[in-house]
Design a protein around this ligand. Sequence first.
Ligand code: NDP
Length: 323
Amino acid sequence: MTKAIRIHAHGGPEVMRWEDVPLPEPGPGEALVRHEAIGLNYIDIYFRTGLYKTPLPAILGMEGAGVIAALGEGVSSLAVGDRVAYATGPIGAYAQQRVIAADRLMKLPDGIDFRTAAAMMLQGMTAQYLLRRTYRVQPGDPILVHAAAGGVGLILCQWAKHLGATVIGVVSTEAKAELARANGAAHVLLSSADIPAEVKRITGGAMVPVVYDSVGKDTFMASLDCLAPLGMMVSYGSASGPVGAVDVGLLAAKGSLFLTRPSLATYTAKRRDLETCAGELFDVVLSGAVKIRVNQTFPLSEAAEAHRALEARRTTGSTVLLP
Ligand code: NDP
């Protein structure tokens, strides 16, 4: 047995229960990981509410860091005692220990501690594929980043600046604006502003070649209006609710735009892609170009409180749960 946060029904944070759950032996190709730290992510809320489907009961959580406690048959790339981290599912990370496919684990470099790893794997690999693959950011590009003081947001700001881009961040409060600026955003707009008009002013009318929009419903249409002709609309999250159906004719009317709804799962499905994505993240963190801001920690048993804080927009940067 192990202790875990499990849900038996979808709903608010009150459905999250701290309870004893069975712990299977690792089967062929699997590893038993003893968690030292667990990452909190917005996707955990989508699984809790039922926006993303999962059979019940379910242990929430996509991301963890810890030590290999046992290995199933046929795993030769890892050893008991190795320090590892992961973030690509399946869910089940809100537990003191878990079994997971060994080929989803990355060995941690010595310079990265468990809390940093649990904070950065999901949000940092997301920033990697968004900036390096979905739209390959070029030096000099002005780019628009929503929720710029959030977990993914602060990493996007720093990494994009490191690549030579000019980041225009959008946040909801002055305090978050300060934080985004301190983490590389050249310009920060409050979400209450007329965002397309401000982007027009900042870019001298050119608008931006890419928008990274994780807010969804509330920001989607304004984001389209921030793009230059042939620009790329990257709708990668739904913090304010799902975008829903889109009239593709709009993309022509607004300048032959591209629209994508990417997910980390697709970009890291192949082991080779996972290694490249995590490897580039390790490099920028170890070099100091990107600093992982663990601005909140909670005991794992109080994960419901962490969910309340994230949903109420009370967190900045990354949040870690401690088992
Ligand atoms: P954040 O730390 O960014 O928290 C969410 C932020 O969204 C809030 O702090 C808030 O910032 C902003 N927001 C805007 N409107 C709302 C609203 N109505 N309710 C709550 N928050 C709102 O979370 P994460 O870094 O964990 O994730 C950021 C986003 O990226 C999420 O939408 C997530 O689903 C998505 N994501 C997508 C991935 C993918 O591969 N597609 C992978 C990882 C994350 P403010 O107060 O400044 O507006």
